[in-house]
Ligand binder design. Structure first.
Ligand code: TRP
Length: 372
């Protein structure tokens, strides 16, 4: 399924297997994967697997920051793993593992935290968001409106705590990346700030210990603009917490129903009028799953006011199903084979631990944690 048409030729100068550059990414185990995850991340993972030394993991420790039910968390790890494999990640080509199976990550997280400031962590957008949610505070109207969330956290005396794991989420993510000496980290735009912090921590470590030990990992895109997959509710992106998702695991009936219920508008009133946001979103989805001719047809129909949204949605559902149904079949198949899943992660953990142990050994040595 690898499609390298517009892939820049990877420079074969990396420290990975066969001189390849190292790629690392992960997804938090907090629910089934949706089309946003698929086009934003998973599809990129698959396209990179031939040209890079790729390591992909399920972030179960990161999921703990929002206190999942223990049974659900465990099931979720297996779901995401099955979804990785069903989307086309090959466990022979890639190192596929579960974060908590590599205990070296947790130890290095402790060490790295010694060089991370609580101020910079508190200023991270994702932290502020999650802290507000934990305390039941609504977000300020605009980015420049300071709601003094930092003071509210410190002054908070209720049982609605903002846990320290949430604060140090970026340290753990930096360690996920740095422990592999990754060159590229394919992630969505929402993770850019975490990647920026990762680079900052790497530089800080190097300069504190006067050793050029860590490189500076960057995001990765295939020449095309970074994709933002819209939801079905008329505005914003597709997201688990927005309840506007199409899941890879959705069955035919559920999926059709969701698409047919997607928010639209009253229809174009005059020729060539500007396309409203809900309709633009449906066109964006169509751009991902349908042929250029199909998209063109509906855009023209919008322009000359002959469009019927029912037809548009029917076609969209049809074309989404062409992408997701084969994946769904494979998910169900792979998910029911626990023995296979366990074999995949055992092998992945073994490979990941080999690399991680070496980095951890170096980091301990550099920091002065040495055997007597
Ligand atoms: N923070 C990422 C997310 O929420 C998941 C993640 C954890 C990750 N560790 C990572 C992504 C390391 C890339 C690299 O989607």
């Amino acid at each position: 399924m690898s499609d390298n048409n517009n892939t820049p030729a990877p420079e074969q100068t990396g420290k990975g297997k066969d001189g390849k550059k190292i790629v690392l990414s992960g997804i938090r185990a907090t629910g089934n994967l949706h089309l946003g995850n698929y086009y934003g991340a998973l599809n990129k993972f698959v396209r990179m697997q031939d040209d890079y030394d790729c390591r992909y993991f399920v972030a179960d420790l990161h999921a703990l920051t929002t206190h999942p039910d223990p049974k659900m968390l465990h099931e979720n790890v297996k779901d995401i793993l099955a979804e990785y494999l069903a989307a086309g990640l090959d466990p022979e080509k890639n190192t596929i593992y579960v974060q908590s199976d590599v205990p070296e990550i947790s130890e290095m997280y402790l060490l790295m935290n010694m060089h991370v400031g609580i101020g910079e962590l508190m200023r991270t957008a994702s932290f502020k968001d999650k802290a507000r949610k934990a305390l039941g505070i609504s977000a300020p109207e605009s980015d420049s409106d300071d709601d003094g969330i930092e003071k509210q956290i410190i002054g908070n005396q209720t049982n609605q705590r903002v846990n320290a794991g949430l604060l140090t989420y970026p340290t753990l993510m930096a360690v996920d990346i740095l422990i592999h000496h990754a060159d590229f980290v394919p992630v969505g735009k929402d993770q850019e700030q975490h990647l920026e912090l990762t680079r900052r921590f790497a530089r800080r470590f190097n300069s504190f210990y006067k050793t050029p030990y860590f490189g500076e990992p960057v995001n990765f895109n295939f020449g095309d603009h970074s994709i933002k997959v819209p939801g079905l509710d008329g505005s914003g992106k597709m997201g688990k917490s927005e309840g506007n998702c199409i899941y890879l695991i959705d069955d035919e009936k559920t999926l059709r129903k969701k698409v047919m219920r997607a928010v639209t508008d009253e229809g174009p009133k005059e020729p060539n009028q500007e396309v409203s946001e809900p309709i633009r979103n449906l066109f964006t989805l169509m751009e991902l799953v349908s042929t250029p001719d199909t998209l063109e047809h509906f855009k023209n129909a919008y322009a000359d006011c002959s469009i019927r949204y029912g037809d548009l949605k029917k076609q969209l559902a049809e074309d989404i199903l062409k992408v997701t149904l084969p994946i769904r079949e494979r998910i169900l198949d792979i998910r029911s084979n626990e023995e296979y899943l366990s074999r995949v992660v055992r092998q992945g953990a073994e490979r990941a631990r080999e690399v991680a142990a070496e980095t951890l050994r170096d980091v301990r040595q550099i920091m002065g944690i040495r055997k007597i």
